[in-house]
Design a protein around this ligand. Structure first.
Ligand code: BGC
Length: 511
């Protein structure tokens, strides 16, 4: 997600069938993830299409057409072009805060409906754009859609799904992001070949399909029992709980939801609560993981792969299918994470990937440093393939580590009292740094040249050391036992736990 699901609220399992409503919720997870992934993946291919550049970024178009004018590393260095990609994340960052309000006061269903509509209008603006402002307004609207969707869908799903499939839904969301990116790459590959140069309109317009699915889906679903109960609609909440669970006796789960919303209502200022000393370890880890996830440099590849491959001297067609290859590697490697996350554990995946990402990025930097000069470029076929292999190795290791775990670890470590506010901080920090990379990468490439990959590998080194010392293993630990089993035992974080008073059942903190 960039979503990150509030993972299970506890270890308890209530009576629950997989009902139609639960199936529709899985579809919502799919459309939310697809929509986000599609937006991530589509801009890179579109910005490498000459017709699109000619229409909106004539300066970049000229750089591309006249060899030697701007040098290999700088031909795409344009703030407007980067704004086309980055504006979405800026809007998403701001929208997350409004969405957190509507999710609470109007409910999850209405918030998802708002997201669907924003996506539809944004897509229409983009596909019909005749000038740069229209294009940017479209991206801003899509970004608002992402902000609303990423806040409401994860909450909606974690509340409606039976406990036993919550974890799976978490990774399903990330998997769908990667599928969305791949689909976008494939569509760009197809539309770039269309005659008359309107391919980019089709690429941008097809985002309307997941947007429509989300809009219709949010009309069909009911609001969650948790949201209804928290808004005082107790009877309606109970009736809906019966419907979604397909069971008559839902009293135990109902009582727990009522109790949880009473406790949540007592937390006067959730963000202030988040700053309490005992929540410091999870807060620091959640924020650092978002910064690190983006400073792996993954979105330099996801957003700008086709542009990057052209910088390396690949032809337009080869650049687009190389992006398809990296997209495919991204999807398949996310599946590796599904298999290993609860077996090998989180730390193992993060540390292994740290080594692999470091080596792959150094590989790209060395080949580029030796062969790609400002005005000459003699990579040749063999070295071109070698760079592609390094890039795929980098993407693969990201996809089984920082991709899904960057979302999973915060969602499973925040204490129940801090989970919702923690989720907003996680999402918005991620969006902020995604924005930074999207806005800066092409300029950094121009100024730092191949050194940009050494820069990212430096970050990878730092985050791997951070993992070794500060990220504890959380595999197979029930959510409500994190304090006892993880934080109080950690060599460093245990010092933050001394103001932690055990609640009556010895597990929950006193608020
Ligand atoms: C990240 C995105 C990234 C995607 C790539 C997600 O976990 O949050 O920024 O584009 O992974 O698959």
């Amino acid at each position: 997600m960039a979503g990150g699901f509030g993972a299970a609220t506890g270890g308890k399992e209530f009576e629950a069938k997989i009902t139609t409503l639960v199936i529709i919720s899985c579809i919502m997870a799919a459309t939310g993830g697809l929509m986000f992934g599609y937006d991530v993946g589509i801009s890179g291919g579109v910005t490498s299409m000459p017709e699109f550049l000619k229409e909106f970024f004539p300066v970049v178009y000229k750089n591309q057409q006249i060899p030697g004018l701007a040098g290999n590393y700088c031909k795409y260095d344009n703030q407007g072009l980067q704004l086309f990609t980055s504006s979405l994340y800026l809007a998403a960052l701001i929208a997350t805060f409004f969405a957190s309000y509507t999710t609470k006061t109007l409910g999850r269903k209405i918030t998802m409906l708002i997201a669907g509509n924003l996506f539809l209008v944004g897509t229409a603006f983009n596909a019909a754009a005749v000038n740069l402002p229209m294009l940017i307004v479209g991206r801003l609207l899509l970004g608002c859609g992402v902000g609303f969707a990423n806040q409401a869908i994860p909450l909606f799903l974690s509340e409606i799904a039976p406990t036993r499939i919550r974890g799976a839904l978490n990774i399903l969301f990330q998997l769908n992001i990667t599928i969305g990116i791949l689909v976008a790459n494939l569509i760009n590959y197809g539309t770039a070949k269309l005659a008359h140069g309107y391919g980019w309109r089709i690429s941008l317009g097809l985002a309307g399909i997941p947007a429509l699915l989300l809009t219709v889906g949010s009309l069909v679903v009911v609001d969650t029992p948790n949201s209804l109960i928290a808004r005082g609609k107790l009877e309606e909440g109970k009736a809906i709980l019966r419907r979604i669970r397909g069971a008559d006796n839902v009293d135990p789960e109902y009582s727990e939801i009522v109790e949880a919303s009473r406790a949540a209502a007592e937390v006067k200022n959730p963000f202030q609560n988040l700053l309490k000393r005992r929540n410091r370890p999870t807060l620091v880890i959640a924020i650092m993981m978002q910064i690190f996830q983006q400073f792996t440099g993954i979105n330099a590849i996801m957003f700008y792969a086709p542009v990057l491959f052209q910088t390396l001297g690949f032809k337009s067609d080869a650049s687009l299918y190389s992006a398809v290859i990296t997209g495919l590697v991204n999807v398949l490697s996310t599946l590796v994470s599904v298999v290993f996350v609860d077996k090998a554990g989180r730390r193992m995946l993060l540390i292994e990937a740290g080594v692999q990402m470091f080596l792959s990025q150094m590989g790209v930097a060395i080949v580029m440093g030796l062969k790609v000069k400002d005005h000459s470029n003699n990579l040749g076929h063999g070295l071109g393939v070698l760079v592609l292999v390094f890039v795929c190795s980098f993407v693969a290791s990201f996809a089984w580590s920082w991709g899904p775990l960057g979302w999973l670890i915060p969602s499973e470590t925040f204490a129940v009292e801090a989970r919702s506010a923690g989720q907003s901080v996680t999402v918005s920090t991620n969006m902020l740094f995604t924005f930074v990379i999207a806005q800066a990468f092409l300029s950094m490439l121009c100024h730092m040249k191949f050194g940009i990959f050494i820069f990212f590998s430096g970050w990878v080194l730092v985050m791997t050391l951070f993992t070794i010392f500060f990220i504890p293993e959380t595999k197979n630990i029930p959510i409500d036992e994190m304090n006892d089993q993880v934080w109080k035992k950690h060599w460093y974080w245990k010092r933050y736990m001394n103001d932690f008073q055990d609640g009556p059942n010895g597990k929950y903190p006193q608020v």
